[in-house]
Design a protein around this ligand. Structure first.
Ligand code: ASP
Length: 466
C-alpha cells in the first residue's frame, strides 16, 4: 500500500499529496461536489470529490476507502473549529473503495448513551467505533502503559499467574471449570491472584505486579462484571507504610500524566481509621470532596485499622477482608492465643476516591502458625485447613519473607477518571448486567458429546426466557 498519512497529521502537510485510509463518517452530496468526513483512529478530515472521481457517488456511511489527494487550506468562512483538522481538507485525485458496509444497525457518530445496551453489545465492534469509546480504550491503554513503566522503574517484575486454579475462600462464588482428564474434578477461575502472588514472594520475586483478570460469580449488581481487571501487587520486606507510600506515589503520578485536568484535593492522602470513618461518615469509603460540583476534583483517602473478624449469622467468626492478612503487630499475641477476637485489628488498608473503593490490600501472615490461627478462629477443622490451605502453610514454612500488597480495581478507577457512569464503558467487551455477551451468545449450551467427555449431565433443562 502507498505510504499512509494518519488523518491527524494532514494539518502539517498543506500543499502536499497524501494517501489516507479510513471510514466514511459522514457524507454530503452537493451534486457536482461530494464531501465526506473521513475517519481513522487519529481523527476526522473533510475530503472533497469533484465530478471526475469515479465511485464517489457510491460512497455510503462506514465504507472503507483509500483516498489520494492534495491537502488544501480551507477558505476562512469554511473553517470547522470543532475538529483539529478543521482548517484543512483533502481535494481528492483518486478513490478506491476497499470495502462496502451494510446499513449500520446503530449510529456510531453519537455518544451512544441513548442506544439500547443489548444492541450496543450485540454490535460492540461497531459501538467501539464511536469516538467516546475509542477514547476510553486509548485512555485505558495509556493508563496501563504508565503503570507498567512506573513499576518497572521501581524494580517490579510482571508475572502471569494461572487462570485455571483451585477454589479459594475470598468471599465470592467461584467459576468452575470441569477437568476432562481428571474427571469429576474442577478447576476454579481465580477471584484474584492472592495465593500465587504470595507464593511468588516465597519464591524470592520480592516485587511483583500483574494486570490481572479476576473472576467472581456474584449476582451482578450495577457496576460489577463477572470478570474484571485488577492492578495486583505484592512486595517483600515491607511494612504497611511502604505499600501505602508507593501506591500513593503511583496514583498521584498517574493522574498527573493521564488526567492532568483533575485536581487531587489533598496530598498526602488523608488516613482514617475504620472507626473514625464509621463514626464521622457512616461508611468505610467516605467521600471527602469539599466541593461535589467540581467534576475534576479527586478526593483520595486511605482507610486503615479494620477489624479482622466479624460475627457470622451462625454465631461464629469470619474474616472481614482477606484471610491471608496479618493482624496489626500489637494484636499478634491475641490472634495466636485466639482471644479478644472481635477486638483484633488487621493490617488491611483500603484506598477510596470520591466515595468509592478503588483498591485494598494488607500485610500478610508470613508465619504458618499465624495463618493457621486465622482459620482456627473461623472454626475450620485441622483436616479442612490442611485440605484447603495445606500448600500455603507448607510454603510459609520455608523461609517466607514478610510481605504485603494491594490490588486496585482498574476498571473502576478508569471509569471514574473518564467520568463514565459504568465500568462497561471502559471495558472493550463487557457482559450485560445479567452476565451475558449478546454478541458471542454466551453463555451457551454445549454439545452432548462435550458434556459426556467431562462426565457431566445437566439435571434438567430450564425454559429459556429469551
Ligand atoms: N487479593 C485482594 C483482593 O482481590 C487484594 C489484596 O489484598 O492484595 O481484594
Amino acid at each position: 500500500m502507498d505510504t499512509r498519512t494518519n488523518i491527524a497529521d494532514v494539518v502539517g502537510k498543506e500543499g502536499q499529496d497524501v494517501t489516507v485510509f479510513g471510514w466514511v463518517h459522514a457524507r454530503r452530496d452537493h451534486g457536482k461536489l461530494i464531501f465526506i468526513d473521513l475517519r481513522d483512529r487519529s481523527g476526522l478530515v473533510q475530503v472533497v470529490f469533484g465530478p471526475k472521481i469515479a465511485g464517489a457517488s457510491d460512497l455510503r456511511l462506514e465504507y472503507v476507502v483509500k483516498v489520494t489527494g492534495t491537502v488544501n487550506r480551507r477558505p476562512e468562512n469554511m473553517v470547522n473549529d470543532k475538529i483539529p483538522t478543521g482548517h484543512h481538507e483533502i481535494f481528492a485525485s483518486g478513490l478506491e473503495i476497499l470495502n462496502a458496509s451494510k446499513e449500520m444497525p446503530i449510529p456510531v457518530d453519537t455518544d451512544g448513551y441513548d442506544i439500547n445496551e443489548e444492541r450496543r453489545l450485540t454490535y460492540r465492534y461497531l459501538d467501539l467505533r464511536r469516538e467516546r469509546l475509542a477514547k476510553n480504550l486509548a485512555f485505558r491503554h495509556e493508563t496501563i502503559a504508565f503503570i507498567r513503566n512506573f513499576l518497572n522503574e521501581q524494580g517490579f517484575y510482571e508475572v502471569e499467574t494461572p487462570n485455571l486454579t483451585r477454589s479459594t475462600p475470598e468471599g465470592a462464588r467461584d467459576y468452575l471449570v470441569p477437568s476432562r482428564v481428571q474427571k469429576g474434578n474442577f478447576y476454579a477461575l481465580p477471584q484474584s491472584p492472592q495465593q500465587y502472588k504470595q507464593l511468588l514472594m516465597v519464591a524470592g520475586v520480592e516485587k511483583y505486579f500483574q494486570i490481572a483478570r479476576c473472576f467472581r460469580d456474584e449476582d451482578t449488581r450495577g457496576d460489577r462484571q463477572p470478570e474484571f481487571t485488577q492492578l495486583d501487587m505484592e512486595m517483600s520486606f515491607v511494612e504497611e507504610e511502604d505499600v501505602l507510600r508507593l501506591n500513593e506515589e503511583l496514583l498521584v503520578a498517574l493522574v498527573k500524566k493521564v488526567a492532568p485536568e483533575k485536581k487531587i484535593q489533598e496530598i498526602p492522602f488523608p488516613r482514617l481509621t475504620y472507626k473514625e470513618a464509621m463514626e464521622k461518615y457512616g461508611t468505610d469509603r467516605p467521600d471527602l470532596r469539599t466541593d461535589t460540583h467540581d467534576p475534576n476534583l479527586l478526593a483520595f483517602c486511605w482507610v486503615i485499622d479494620f477489624p479482622f473478624f466479624e460475627k457470622t449469622d451462625g454465631g461464629g467468626w469470619t474474616f472481614t477482608h482477606n484471610p491471608f492478612s496479618a493482624p496489626k503487630p500489637e494484636f499478634m499475641e491475641d490472634l495466636l492465643a485466639k482471644r479478644n477476637i472481635g477486638g483484633i485489628l488487621t493490617t488491611q488498608y483500603d484506598v477510596a476516591m470520591n466515595g468509592l473503593e478503588i483498591g485494598g490490600g494488607s500485610i500478610r501472615n508470613h508465619r504458618p502458625e499465624a495463618l493457621e490461627a486465622v482459620f482456627e478462629v473461623m472454626g475450620f477443622e485441622k483436616e479442612r485447613i490442611r485440605r484447603n490451605f495445606g500448600h500455603m502453610l507448607e510454603a510459609l514454612g520455608y523461609g517466607a519473607p514478610p510481605h504485603g500488597g494491594i490490588a486496585w480495581g482498574l476498571d473502576r478507577l478508569i471509569s471514574l477518571l473518564r467520568a463514565e457512569p459504568n465500568i462497561r464503558e471502559v471495558i472493550a467487551f463487557p457482559k450485560t448486567g445479567d452476565g451475558r455477551d449478546p454478541m458471542m451468545g454466551s453463555p451457551a449450551e454445549v454439545d452432548a458429546a462435550q458434556l459426556k467427555e467431562l462426565g457431566i449431565a445437566i439435571e434438567k433443562k430450564e425454559q429459556k426466557n429469551n
